[in-house]
Design a protein around this ligand. Sequence first.
Ligand code: ZN
Length: 633
Amino acid sequence: MFRADLFDVHGSWFNRCMKLIRAWNIALILFFTAVSAFAQTAMTVDVDATDAARNIVHSKLTIPVKPGPLTLFYPKWIPGEHSPTGPINDLVGLKLSAGGKTIAWRRDDVEMFAFHCDIPQGATLLDVALDDASQPETTASAKLARIKWNRVLLYPQGMSSDAVTVKASMKLPSGWQFASALPVASENRNEFQFKEVSLTQLVDSPAIIGVNFRKLSLASADVIHEIDIMSDTTQALEMKPETVTGLRALVQEAYALFGARHYRSYKFLVTLSDHGGSEGLEHHESSEDGVGEKAFSEELELLDFAELMGHEYAHSWNGKYRRPAGLATSDFEQPMRGDLLWVYEGLTQYLGKVLPARSGLWKAEDFRDAMAAVAADLENQSGRQWRPLLDTAIAVQFTYSSPRAWMNYRRRVDYYDEDSLIWLDADVLIRTRSNGKLSLDDFCRRFHGGQDTGPAVKSYTFDDIVNTLNEVMPYDWRGFLNARVNAVNPHAPVDGITNGGWKLVYTDKPNTQVRIADHARKSIDLSHSLGMLLKEDGTVMDVNPNLVAFKSGLAPGMKIISVNRRAWSSDVLHEAITSAKSGTTPIELLVENGSFQETYKLNYHDGERYPHLERDSTKPDALDDVIKSRIRR
Ligand SMILES: [Zn+2]
């Protein structure tokens, strides 16, 4: 809004210039007010995580200061979350002092993440004490925790996070272990001292701690690649040999795809817990992967885990190293712009399916079921009639937290899945037009590869994407992307599937990805038959306004009590859908809406319908080429 106000105002050139000058003056005054009291030496962050199992982490900071006004800032815009999601409500117990004397603070009246104070004459060091009181089942369980540095610190507002240097330490609960990409300077029993790093690197290097720990090397090369696992139980740490083989292949396949790495070492920081919260957050040299306790043993959870590994790992290149200009902010205060998230998340979503398939963590059928589920969901999404895909990315500040009710009509974070279809389309197009000589891999090597480097950020614009695609294969890529991303499209972009030699079909056989989603959210997905998504207890989570459930009167929040006069169960509903196929009698649902009950008749006779891909032998199988291993050729 600041820029729009600045440049779109009515009035003369003079007025606009004066506004520009005033804005710059205000910005400069703010900057110098913020940093004048901050001296250029390292701040310290000493974290006491001994109470992590009780969801509270204590932190003590020292910040070198000079006398005068100072504003401290709590990280607000969190990299990878693309939103102002810093958990400010979890910051408690804030106390400031210098030389043992308390210093009063006042929160900014408008910017809730900023705290003003006045450093007294003679003070050179500000002491800050605060606690991170996280919500149960979000970052910790009784046996493990994820420690995120952005949750346990304040820094001088207005400073670039590259310019702030930090010396950190962490104390663990007795008997707990530790893993992080943050370089350790020294270690004594359960206390770790870390090397001095920039605030950028600190926040990019979270830790996992826990009672049950397993570390596995994933590469024989000189560059360390490892998976560090904390779990609620020792049994959960057991990994099948083929999973280990697949993860090792994943590391090699990614290097073969991109042709270079941009990290000094890489650690998959995995937590296995049904109570420690789920997570999937990318960093340059690590990823936070919070999954369920049975992620290594339960078939569906293992398939889901493989995709998470592929996705977060690909982000080290696509997202951390190459980052849209609007997301490459200099601190944790500048608002991020999400308009290119269809590259940041969309291409990663595509690679997050391709890499597990190339690595053997997924079978070819798993990849095809994943693309089929995505294509069917997006084709049957009523919100695409009004909302361009781009808008779901621009609106990122609230699309992640979009409520489930009416999601089919609203759309949600579609720059993930819909863009995986668009990148498949681009991949198949390049493969087909170059007779198999080129592919999207060539784009990735040009765009994300180059020389091996340490962590770095190379920002890009829409034009950079178009230009690099044109370097790989001249084509109207600008038109291709504009039509698919910026315009309202009543149909999903499924050309990658159809030109790749496959057809989207519906059968009564459950789709693996649908089963994975139902297992994870404890739901019953009838999106492509009755047109609704249910909780296991029969509560309607969402409906498709174009299909029979909504047209018959159902809506989110209602709860199915009985099906054809039999008490609710998912089996009874599935049986009713199947038996209605051979008759003309409608399916009768007794439904509760608040304290009232009503009967609805659903005239539906097409049976169970789940999406799959069926081979079209008139065209070559490009999808098979997409998922062919690069390391076993
Ligand atoms: Zn992502």
